[in-house]
Design a protein around this ligand. Structure first.
Ligand SMILES: [Zn+2]
Length: 142
């Protein structure tokens, strides 16, 4: 079912209604707005989304900014390459001989890297001198 978000024809308050509805009475000024002529803002598929949008629209724009700023931001994600590098470093410090490609790959399984991407990253780390091939097939970090 689709929902329409529109403005009250009299007071401009944001309202929502089922798409199939003909009209809706404004909860603020009691004026009935015909959906045919209403100023439509947006269509959404979910009632919760409609309610959320209305809620946001009712907040004055200066307050809206304040509220958005109060939302805690997720900790900045470290770039993937840094994260992978530190994992490889940690692994290689534990192994005198070095670690194999498949050992590294196994550790990085949670990253969901494709074979191509994995090889790309490993090549990048080797080319840029972050890791080196100590013995054939065995990698160590610098
Ligand atoms: Zn109204």
């Amino acid at each position: 079912m689709r929902w329409i978000i529109f403005r009250c024809i009299k007071c401009g308050a944001p309202l929502y209604a089922k798409e199939s509805q003909k009209s809706k009475k404004c909860s603020i000024c009691n004026k009935t707005t015909s959906l045919k002529i209403a100023y439509k803002i947006q269509y959404v598929d979910d009632i919760r989304e409609a309610v959320g949008i209305i809620k946001q629209m009712k907040i004055p724009s200066d307050k809206r900014k304040e509220i958005i700023e109060q939302i805690p931001r997720p900790k900045e994600k470290r770039p993937l390459i840094d994260e992978i590098m530190s994992i490889i470093k940690e692994m290689s410090e534990k192994s005198e001989k070095g670690i194999t490609r498949s050992e590294i790959k196994e550790r990085l399984i949670d990253f969901g890297l494709s074979e191509v991407k994995f090889n790309e990253i490993l090549d990048f780390l080797v080319e840029n001198g972050h890791i080196y091939e100590k013995n054939i097939g065995y990698f160590k970090s610098i």
